[in-house]
Design a protein around this ligand. Sequence first.
Ligand code: SF4
Length: 371
Amino acid sequence: LGMPKVPQQVAPRRESRQLKLGHDDRAVLVGGGAPVSVQSMCTTVTADVNSTLQQIAELTASGCQIVRVAVPSADDAEALPEIARKSQIPVIADIHFQPRYVFAAIEAGCAAVRVNPGNIKAFDDKVGEIAKAAAEAEVPIRIGVNAGSLDKRLMEKYGSATADALVESALWECSLFEEHGFRDIKISVKHHDPIVMINAYRKLAAACDYPLHLGVTEAGPEFQGTVKSAVAFGALLAEGIGDTIRVSLSAPPAEEVKVGAAILESLGLKERRLEIVSCPSCGRAQVDVYKLANEVTAGLDGMEVPLRVAVMGCVVNGPGEARDADLGVASGNGKGQIFVKGEVVATVPESKIVETLIEEAMRIAEDMTEE
Ligand code: SF4
């Protein structure tokens, strides 16, 4: 009968409209089968152009594909043209209360604008003008609903920010733009509770064909936020739902990008780069597996080629895992058997395991680059 085939992706991607963020070679496609993109948000004051551009450069280097900047003041709006021009990746202006900054962002060359239905009462009579300006400039709008700022009317109707309330808010806001023939929209419905968030996105995915921006809002400090985001995004992405993601952490934004990229890599939605397969260790371990795994991870940091490296503590699963990886070590009796593509290439003393693995990794990376 043979082994069942392992699917490349856990589920087919949900069909959605496609948006283009940006107008030049920096543009990123979102939805319509485009790769799921990772985004983050600057923590700098947008009006401080140098700091903002420096942070955008750091985010770009860490793999961020779209960046958002907050625009709470006129000074921030004035900084947008230079930021939009000099950023290496598309810039989204995040606007909550002042419709006039939306026009400024469109004029500034921002790739998209994010508005929040709960906070844009003043927008209602301006939607027609915004739709017209955005359509002419081919600038998509993100309708970003947050549990914390849900429309009062919906809070009264539902009693709290339920999944239905979030979805109704988003679809109502979309309908205001649709009335003006504008459909270049992506949506987010963020909640701090992954259960509510997952349900909201499932409902939204079934109710419209707009691309979806996934986010767990106020996810918390790094560890908790990483777990919550990985669980919530993982559940949705595994069902094919989600076109762009933002991990929200109370941590530097480059960390958000790393977590976002790792979530996509683990579901095969992004090409894997370095993957360390290391065992949890147990009473059979004959080396310090944690130390070894950390040293190998640190030694191979920044490796651009997709490489699977197995670090195993003993001979029980060690040789098997190490053989399946591009490179690996199975330890035992103070020695490490080094495997490359399933073949033992060396047996070295424990003190030489890390340097031998790193040397072999560099050799494999060189071969891969030459191919
Ligand atoms: Fe324990 Fe060996 Fe498995 Fe590591 S590989 S968890 S040391 S049995």
